[in-house]
Ligand binder design. Sequence first.
Ligand code: MN
Length: 246
Amino acid sequence: MRRLSLYALSLLLAAACSAHKTPLIGISCSRGAGGATQLATTYTEAVQRAGGIAVVLPTLQDAAQAEAVLGKLDGLILSGGEDVQPGWYGEEVWNETVYVDSLRDRSDSLLARAALASGKPVLAICRGSQLMNVLLGGSLYQDLPSQFGTAVAHGGGVAHRIGLEPGSVLASLYGTDSLTVNSFHHQAVKDPAPGINITARSADGLPEAFETGRVWAVQFHPEKMLQQGDSSWISLFGAFVRRCGS
Ligand code: MN
């Protein structure tokens, strides 16, 4: 009987250890109509396909809660969505195209700061990359069409090329110096935060990816390209999931 118990215990321990190897990755959300927690399935499916466990995070407003949530996670994805409030980088709202949800800003910033403090890996996508740049001390173009003259269409999902810095995560993963990406943004990094490394730019010079510490940030939507059938983007999510598990 005693032997059986020890055997059962060892099985439980083995199960617990192997379960721990599958990284738990939290994904920040928007607040939709009627108070819904809102997130495109592209994000959760990308994490799942890459071998991680995806957890949809509700908005929260308490720093201690954000730290407690990060304590349970192995990594964080800051998802796309609304514009970051311009006051956070010392500017007034530029025009009517700027759309802010201050409660989401607070929630995402608490999660991001908790992730930075804990040293857990972050994948910051679109708005997430803009938010991370602002939190680290950078600024944004609030509205590219009216503030930044460019021949590259960044809104509406039209694909464009990006040039990659040698040695960057993207260049290393894909073994190339340029990629085609989608583009759904009317804002972009203006002044990069101190210490961040811009690792990709579109032909007009706008930052399209950066790295700093354990943060990977992309201005485009790899999760959407993956769901739309470009399976090459599993490499990026696979690398992120492995990073969260190590
Ligand atoms: Mn773009």
